[in-house]
Design a protein around this ligand. Structure first.
Ligand SMILES: Nc1ncnc2c1ncn2[C@@H]1O[C@H](COP(=O)(O)OP(=O)(O)OP(=O)(O)O)[C@@H](O)[C@H]1O
Ligand SMILES: [Mg+2]
Length: 251
């Protein structure tokens, strides 16, 4: 399902196919992601979301496949666990592998942006899970990526921390404008954050839904509820009709 991004795609795949042995996981995926566009990717467990994300990250050199793939060189990847190195301090984790002068300064600025000013010298184990994910975000930001790939980055966090991380991610994206592919199981998270929501099913992009709602978005907005219901239905989860829809049906 190729989408017109006005020739400004940072991601472009055509007939992208990946499989393991006999099992084809991605079947001829045509996907465009525009510059600065925020795309959320939903799908049942095992539907191939991480396989697609790893393909876009070019981390799947061990996975047989075919098709065309164009991605920018400046990419950052965030996973469910922060993957910080435990034996180096927070600031050094953030700037590890970056080159050029002023790395420490940029690292400090990124930590400040995620609300962790003053924790530069802490060890990763001295931070909470949410704080470690903030460091992971700072580490990706410091690279000023054109494409941010995030595989369930908030999946291991409690509900309250998640809400704070949503606000933080929205803030960071508004400021740095990377294109984003966010893999999530959480339909609300997808509708809250994304410009477009995709659903992967049977190796194909079965749904490509544009979310044209003002930000900040609220869960109680009838349009939000409509998007959520449609997406839940496409995931095979029966959603209770929203109050708004019930009213419409009753009238
Ligand atoms: N290295 C591998 N070797 C063999 N099969 C694999 C490998 N990695 C993934 N698969 C299979 O590919 C399919 C898609 O896996 P993938 O991890 O992309 O799913 P997912 O949508 O991310 O699932 P989840 O929501 O549970 O994270 C699954 O059936 C999985 O078993
Ligand atoms: Mg996965």
């Amino acid at each position: 399902m190729a989408t017109d991004t006005g020739g400004l795609s940072v991601v472009r795949t055509r007939a992208l196919r990946r499989g393991f042995g006999e099992r084809i996981v991605l079947r001829d995926i045509d996907l465009d992601i525009g510059r600065g566009e925020f795309v959320a990717l939903l799908g049942r467990s095992g539907s191939g979301k991480s396989t697609l994300l790893r393909a876009l990250a070019e981390l799947d050199y061990d996975v047989p496949g075919s098709g065309e793939l164009t991605v920018p060189a400046e990419r950052a990847v965030v996973f469910q666990d922060s993957r910080l190195l435990p034996w180096i301090r927070v600031l050094d984790n953030v700037i590890l592998g970056t080159s050029g002068g002023g790395a420490a300064e940029r690292g400090r600025a990124a930590l400040a942006e995620v609300g962790l000013a003053g924790r530069e010298k802490a060890w990763p184990r001295q931070l909470s899970g949410g704080e470690q994910q903030r460091v992971a975000l700072a580490r990706s930001l410091v690279r000023e990526p054109e494409l941010l790939l995030a595989d369930e980055p908030f999946g291991a966090l409690d509900a309250l921390t998640r809400i704070k991380m949503h606000a933080l991610l929205q803030d960071l994206c508004a400021r740095h404008r990377p294109a984003v592919l966010l893999v999530t199981h959480d339909v609300d998270e997808a509708v809250l954050l994304a410009d477009r929501v995709l659903v992967l099913d049977e190796g194909r992009i079965a749904v490509d839904q544009r979310i044209e709602l003002e930000r900040p978005r609220t869960h109680s907005d009838p349009a939000f509820i409509r998007h959520r219901s449609l997406l839940l239905a496409s995931l095979g989860v029966g959603a209770r009709p929203s109050t708004h829809e019930e009213e419409k049906q009753a009238s």
